[in-house]
Write a protein that binds this ligand. Structure first.
Ligand code: GS8
Length: 190
């Protein structure tokens, strides 16, 4: 029997986009169910009773939560096509470190920019640029974070690229002026 794959999602979510990209890379057919986060479905509440957040991957009736954990699970389950994590254990640990760094730093700074005011917003903007500069240093002149092919770290970060413009407008700065290599990397995905 074919696998049943359902994704509880919301179109603008950079976390949901990670799951969509991973499934697309693997060529997995799935059903997308759009959630209204102001009025969550009973399925979302039942399938993610702890956080009640999207994305949720429901594979043959069994739910998995947290975008980075979902993506790693997709990579393990559909392992034959387009590997996302490196096969080498040391490099895999590094890839997980960078994805975790992105989760801990990029989104919280963005939140500080879009919801903060005055000094608080300025501080978030400075930290956001510092974080992007760290990532710029990590990508360097490589085509992808992991080297020659698209992988877990690229996927973890690229979904935030569509938010760059909003941050620039709110914070009155240009990411490209600060981090040209990172923007060149992101543009290649478009
Ligand atoms: C974050 C998911 C999340 O914030 C992940 O999957 O990586 N760490 C998680 N989901 C948001 C929508 S995107 O901003 C969400 O579902 N919010 C609903 C709520 O907080 O009630």
């Amino acid at each position: 029997m074919a696998d049943e794959v359902i994704v509880l999602d919301m179109w603008a979510s950079p976390f949901g986009m990670r799951v969509r990209i991973a499934l697309a890379e693997k060529g997995v057919r799935y059903e997308h169910r759009e959630e209204n986060l102001e009025n969550k479905s009973s399925l979302l509440v039942k399938m993610n009773p702890i956080h009640k957040k999207i994305p949720v991957l429901i594979h043959n009736g069994k739910p998995i939560w947290e975008s980075l954990i979902i993506v790693q699970n997709i990579d393990e389950v559909w392992r034959d096509k387009s590997p996302l994590l490196p096969s080498d254990a040391y490099q895999r640990a590094h890839a997980r470190f960078w994805a975790d760094y992105i989760d801990k730093k990029v989104y919280p700074c963005m939140r500080g920019i879009y919801s903060g005011k005055g000094e608080e917003q300025e501080k978030a903007k400075e930290e956001y640029i510092e974080v992007l500069k760290v990532l710029e240093g990590e990508i360097g002149d490589k085509p992808y974070f992991g080297g020659e092919s698209f992988g877990f770290v690229d996927l973890s970060l690229v979904t935030f690229y569509c938010w760059f413009y909003a941050m620039e407008e709110l914070g009155n700065f240009r990411v490209e002026a600060e981090c040209p290599k990172l923007v060149a990397w992101a543009k290649r995905f478009m």
